[in-house]
Design a protein around this ligand. Structure first.
Ligand code: F6P
Length: 340
């Protein structure tokens, strides 16, 4: 069998581990051939690919980024009707290149947007398998996407370091983490690093409650505070979440604040051991599904077990933090505030 593979959307640690997982299992266990498309769906549109050998997959397990490159190309966005002109739309080009290369399947490694595109390609009759990756952990249908554990570990280490300097200077530290419209990264890194206030898009907060919580801490002789904010809470895309909350705290409570925006450091570098294993398992599971001709699905993690869900479900919505979840409840029980 001939298998195509691409990585699309924002990169994250673990993509190479997943490519290696798919490729090694496909070649060694099932005798398949693997073709890597460059820069996400762009490579598929322009027929830019290389056959990958098993040797090329050695040594990439621990490497950050993606050996295939990635892009935010969305082939179904703004499809121009080219009927009768002989000019193919992007999805038509993808279909043509897939057929010309006589692929038996295409593996799409990506987040929400990628799973949506994957599901549309599956609807067009291509054999597609999705693998969920993102530091945001917001892909529907899986407990964890690889990349998340690495990112939340990096964010946790950074927040850990802010405690001592916040303490020395009696400051309120605001640290902004990524996550797009989801609060998973802020919730997990905030909890792991003992954040006092955690502000996420899924839990509406009130400015006055943020201030009264900080005033209470100070009254209890807690002279510094750690505030973890998800980038998605900003009401305005030109205003960072950290700046927004920093101003609220400075103006409303008169506290001395400092902002730290972690940014792309959360997406770079080597994957955590958990992500290496998860990405490897996802990859090998994808190869197994190809062998069994189980197409139109995304591999997923349910508890400790690997499973798969229809791409049509995975691509349809985002997975957000449940404000009533056990994790949020227990955080409240230990005095963590969500500003509400
Ligand atoms: O989806 C991953 C992510 O890192 C988000 O957390 C962030 O909002 C976004 O990508 C940044 O996108 P870009 O790489 O296009 O700047």
């Amino acid at each position: 069998m001939k298998v195509g593979i691409l990585s699309a959307g924002g990169d994250c640690p673990g993509i190479n581990a997943a490519i290696r997982g798919v490729g090694k299992a496909a070649m060694l266990q099932y005798g398949m051939r693997l073709f890597g498309f460059s820069s996400g769906f762009t490579g598929l549109i322009h027929n830019d690919f290389d056959e990958l050998t098993e040797n090329q997959l050695s040594g990439i397990l621990t490497e950050g980024g993606t050996i295939l490159g990635t892009s935010r190309e969305k082939p179904y966005k703004k499809i121009r009707k080219q009927n009768g002109t002989g000019v193919l739309s992007k999805p038509e080009k993808i279909k043509q290149n897939y057929q010309n290369l006589e692929l038996d399947c295409l593996v799409c490694i990506g987040g929400n947007g990628t799973q949506k595109t994957a599901s549309l390609l599956a609807e067009e009759g291509l054999n597609i398998i999705g693998i969920p990756k993102t530091i945001d952990n917001d892909v529907w249908g899986t407990d964890f996407s690889f990349g998340f554990d690495s990112a939340f570990t990096i964010a946790t280490e950074a927040i850990d370091r802010l405690h001592s300097t916040a303490n020395s200077h009696n400051r309120t530290m605001i640290i902004e983490v990524m996550g797009h419209h989801a609060g998973w990264l802020a919730l997990y890194s905030g909890l792991a690093a003992g954040g006092d206030l955690i502000l996420i898009p899924e839990i509406p907060f009130r400015e006055k409650d943020i201030i009264s919580y900080l005033v209470k801490r100070h009254a209890m002789k807690k002279n510094y505070s750690i505030v973890v904010v998800a980038e998605g809470i900003s009401p305005d895309k030109n205003l960072s979440a950290a700046k927004y909350i920093g101003e609220v705290i400075k103006k409303g409570g008169g506290f001395e604040t400092r902002n730290t925006i972690l940014g792309y450091v959360q997406r770079g570098g080597t994957p955590s051991p958990f992500d290496r294993i998860l990405a490897t398992r996802y990859g090998a599971k994808a190869a197994e599904m190809i062998a069994h001709q189980e197409f139109g699905k995304m591999v997923a993690l349910e508890g400790q077990n690997l499973t798969c869900i229809p791409l049509s479900e995975a691509g349809a919505k985002s997975r957000l933090v449940d404000p009533n979840s056990h994790l949020v409840q227990k955080a409240r029980h230990i005095g963590t505030s969500f500003g509400d």
